[in-house]
Design a protein around this ligand. Structure first.
Ligand code: SF4
Ligand code: SF4
Length: 338
């Protein structure tokens, strides 16, 4: 347990957390919506500092990141807690841990130890291929204190930090985190405030998050999980694609198929709908990928249609990319970081 950053005392033993737009007002002995920050005698503490609940070596495509070090393996870590409440969460055992299990947790890995673990694996895996670390599985932004410290240490040692996030955070904590972040996959879950409210969140802060990362030249990919009877309408998908393209047509957009999970048991996303969604998104964006389906995940040159990256599962071939990171047919500079 560690004292939290970003909170105010607003009354005797009552605090307000300022990490995310919920701005939870928390009385003594209680926790905020994420479950990960608790008021103890008028001080806010983070309960998940050093609590690493997911730790594995994953293909970077699994995050998903398709245009950032394709084919590389990345260390992935995650913790407990999340500030949204998606009823279809696929990692609810982590995200809703504090609500659903009500158990005490103890730190098991501190930032320096995580770096040592990373370096050890890098050696034994012949890892000059290893670009860095991804904070993923539940919501890394509610792991803020641990995330910032770890990201700073990794950055100082020359490694990359990647966020896989819902992007629901306040501006000030975000601006302090930005210098350490290199890439992100951001979930844009819907394009109406009404739908975001169903997840206990809001659209505007997530848009702000994506815009801010973009302005800071952080590599971004956006993912929308297309969920049956939630956001599976073409006008919402079109609005998302249109908005992303207003930032940059080159931002990769992942449309993932939903499967029943946690509290949401409707049928999986209709495959025909996903095809239509992909088609409409392609009217606005160069790179649209379907996720969680057997389909082509290849990357083609937007200029000449040449196959740049062939993906068969996690078997990745940079078949159409020259050494100078240009298309080997038309020499267009690729929108891919190698
Ligand atoms: S981080 Fe957690 S406690 Fe803080 S405002 Fe967000 S949900 Fe509330
Ligand atoms: S934002 Fe992600 S981790 Fe959090 S509840 Fe939603 S799906 Fe789960």
């Amino acid at each position: 347990m560690k004292e939290a950053l970003f909170f105010n005392k607003i009354d005797k033993n009552v605090v307000q957390c300022l990490l995310c737009p919920h701005n939870c007002i928390i009385s003594d002995g209680k926790s905020g919506i994420c479950g990960a920050r608790k008021n103890i005698n008028g001080t806010l503490y983070t309960l998940n500092y050093g609590v690493v609940e997911g730790l594995s070596l994953d293909p970077i495509e699994k995050k998903p990141l398709y245009h950032y070090y394709p084919g590389k393996i990345i260390l992935s870590v995650g913790t407990l807690g999340c500030n949204l409440k998606c009823p279809f969460c696929q990692n609810s055992h982590l995200s809703r841990f504090f609500d659903d299990y009500k158990q005490e947790v103890k730190p098991n890995l501190f930032p320096e130890e995580l770096l040592l673990y990373f370096l050890k694996n890098q050696k034994s895996y012949a890892f000059d291929i290893f670009p860095g670390i991804a904070y993923t599985y539940s919501e890394p932004l509610v792991w803020y204190e641990f995330l910032v410290e770890t990201a700073e240490i990794f950055k100082k040692n020359g490694y990359k930090n990647i966020l896989v996030t819902n992007g629901y955070v306040e501006k000030e904590p975000l601006s302090k985190l930005l210098p350490f972040i290199d890439a992100a996959n951001v979930d844009l879950k819907a394009f109406t405030e009404e739908n975001y409210r169903k997840l206990c969140g809001g659209l505007k802060p997530v848009q702000n998050f994506i815009e801010t990362l973009y302005k800071h030249n952080i590599h971004i990919e956006v993912t929308t999980l297309v969920v049956t009877d939630f956001n599976d309408n073409l006008s919402e998908i079109e609005s998302i694609a249109k908005w992303i393209s207003s930032l940059d047509k080159k931002i990769p957009f992942h449309l993932s198929r939903y499967f029943p999970s946690y509290l949401y048991q409707k049928r999986p996303t209709d495959l025909g709908f996903l095809d239509d969604a992909e088609k409409i998104a392609r009217e606005y964006l160069y790179y649209v990928y379907k996720g969680n389906v057997l389909a082509s995940h290849n990357t083609y040159c937007p200029e000449c249609g040449n196959l740049l990256i062939q993906r068969r599962g996690y078997d990745i071939h940079l078949s159409g990319i020259k050494e100078d990171n240009r298309c080997n047919k038309c020499s267009r500079k690729n929108d891919i970081i190698l």
